[in-house]
Design a protein around this ligand. Structure first.
Ligand code: SF4
Length: 592
């Protein structure tokens, strides 16, 4: 059933209507009557953001290559479109066939950011699907989720039927096959989930776990309430990354997106284990594709899309073992085709010194480095073991090779950070800009983004408190006082959004009613500056009895039971704790 007749009159009334139309190059339309299982792949943000996400393109391609399955896309409609849809009684629909998403067998959300949780709830509501798993019946789609936030999904656990933990490629296909066979057979959603977790590994069905709380309000335990649910849910890892599916025919967006390029995933996982970094933990082990395979994928994707940029993506592309060889091969293959090669933000290492030279042989794209901290002391504390010499050598090389502007990322409010560390960070920023003098006799343009540290699940810093508002204010003033160069564009993010993220990142199921209340109060698209209102969140916290200080400023004891202890997020908890203790020891041993 297509909603297009209802939708059509709304489109001229909203901004960027093309994002709701579908029909893009490489999108796939199949007959719903001829497949055994229908999957709606949902991204809880706009088309512009979701279409840039490689994971969505991978799963879309994988499902649609099966003759008896189909996948369509769903994005969160922007507020103007949502208001029109609600006014006209149009439920959330898929882009390809304008089918209501509640008519699919599976509705799968990609969870990449905690502040998109409210969008998930809002999308379920707009779809007319009961919000809570326990209230769903045999005709409702199975609501599943994948992505990094499924390693700590507890604040929205009651709204999800199943989380796929880890690499989704193989598990989604097994799950889809099981759903094709089992859909509609269970009156109870709980029984449906029991059968699914019995058949498919690496699935977490929150409603199969009971949560208990201690008298002091802390979490006491999360334990399975049936035989099928494992005590500890292991994460999935694709059996062979080299040969795992790569979308060589990705959908080419109809409207301008964040990234319009070939996302060539060269490596999965990161070898460095920085203590603040959740991605570095949950994506282990490190796996790299061969140059031969990557060049083949790049050529096929280029011919299928016409993109003129290839981004070599991974968590730490500077560590890809065959980087020089890959760049050389790509240069050879794309010679004369005006195709640029870009790298995401780079970890600083010895090799980074030569990267500007290699990159420049093809075409210039952005050059971004992520030193994160300005002193050796802090780098030891966070386990980002980079050298100043490498940073400055890379900056010097980038300016020399003709980059007008380079970009660096830092973090503030880190555990054990002192004023002297901040001062040294400022000095490092000034010195990086001065690296341009060697080739231009002037300071170089430098974009500096400084973000507040938010402790994340499954990291050695999961026990740590966040810095206070006063501390962030001091740091901000300190940095602005010290960095006055017109060439340096310093952006120090406010901690407000980080505080909301902090509450949700380490929260448990008791946050669910608060998140529903937040949606009712208009808190959606909170990653967007124009939508985020800290005041609104503070009102909701107050109304729902959420003590932000307890969530964000409490140092957790070693024996704290976390809401994610039953989920396999990489290194065991005892290893994380040892690493945290080591950070403390290092902080004391070194002076800033
Ligand atoms: S190098 Fe980057 S991706 Fe790797 S662990 Fe450190 S911060 Fe995370």
């Amino acid at each position: 059933m297509s909603l297009f007749p209802l939708l059509d009159p709304l489109l001229p009334l909203v901004k960027a209507p093309a994002q709701y139309i579908g029909g893009e190059m490489n999108s796939v339309v199949k007959d719903h009557a001829k497949v055994a299982v229908k999957v709606a792949l949902a991204f809880p943000d706009t088309y512009k953001i979701g279409m840039s996400h490689l994971g969505l393109q991978i799963l879309y391609g994988l499902v649609n290559r099966e003759p008896d399955m189909l996948a369509e896309r769903v994005f969160a409609p922007w507020s103007d479109m949502e208001a029109r849809m609600r006014g006209a009684g149009v439920p959330l629909f898929s882009l390809e066939t304008k089918t209501p998403v509640r008519a699919f067998d599976i509705l799968g959300f990609s969870l990449q950011y905690e502040l998109s949780f409210t969008n998930v709830i809002n999308m379920l509501d707009l779809a007319g699907i009961p919000l809570r798993s326990a209230d769903r019946g045999p005709d409702d789609p199975l609501i599943i989720a994948g992505g990094s936030c499924t390693f700590q999904p507890e604040p929205i656990a009651v709204f999800l039927d199943i989380c796929v933990l880890g690499d989704g490629e193989e598990r989604l296909m097994e799950l889809a096959k099981a759903v094709a066979e089992l859909k509609g057979k269970f009156r109870s959603r709980r029984d449906y989930c029991r059968e699914l977790v019995k058949r498919v590994p690496n699935l977490y069905a929150p409603n199969l776990y009971d949560v208990e709380y201690a008298m002091d309000g802390r979490l006491a335990s999360i334990t399975p309430n049936c035989d099928e649910a494992p005590l500890f849910v292991q994460r999935a890892s694709v059996s062979n990354f080299e040969t795992s599916f790569f979308p060589t025919h990705p959908i080419v967006p109809a409207v301008e997106c964040v990234h319009e390029r070939i996302n060539l995933e060269v490596m999965r996982g990161c070898p460095h284990a920085c203590r603040f970094c959740q991605a570095g933990m949950i994506k282990l082990p490190v796996r790299a594709r061969s140059v031969e395979t990557l060049v083949k994928y790049a050529l096929e994707t280029y011919h299928a899309t016409g993109y003129d940029e290839i981004a070599l993506t991974s968590l730490s592309t500077a560590d890809y073992p065959h980087l020089e060889e890959l760049m050389a091969r790509l240069k050879q293959e794309f010679d004369g085709k005006k195709v640029g090669i870009s790298l995401p933000s780079l970890r600083v290492n010895e090799r980074i010194r030569s990267i500007p030279g290699i990159l420049n042989t093809i075409r210039k794209a952005g050059f971004t480095m992520a030193p994160e901290a300005g002193t050796e002391r802090m780098r030891k504390v966070i386990h980002k073991l980079i050298k100043d010499d490498d940073l400055y050598a890379a900056a010097t090389a980038a300016y020399r090779e003709g980059w007008d502007v380079i970009k660096v990322y830092y973090m503030i409010g880190l555990p054990h950070e002192e004023d002297a560390d901040i001062d040294a960070t400022c000095e490092a920023i000034l010195k990086t800009s001065r690296c341009a003098r060697e080739s231009t006799n002037r300071d170089g343009e430098l974009n500096v983004t400084v973000s507040p540290f938010v402790p994340k699940a499954h990291t050695p810093f999961q026990w740590e408190p966040m810095a206070s508002p006063e501390r962030f204010k001091d740091i901000r003033t300190r940095m602005h006082n010290r960095i006055r160069s017109k060439k340096i564009h310093l952006k120090v993010h406010d901690p407000e959004r980080a505080y909301v993220e902090g509450v949700v990142s380490r929260g448990d199921r008791r946050l669910a009613p608060m998140l529903v209340e937040a949606v009712k109060s208009g808190c959606t698209f909170d990653a967007w500056d124009e939508c985020f209102s800290y005041k609104r969140w503070l009102d909701i916290f107050a109304r729902c009895g959420i003590d932000q200080a307890k969530h964000n400023f409490r140092e957790r004891p070693d024996d704290e039971v976390f809401a994610w202890d039953h989920l396999d997020g990489g290194p065991p908890k005892r290893t994380l704790l040892r690493s945290r203790v080591k950070a403390e020891t290092l902080a004391e041993a070194y002076t800033a």
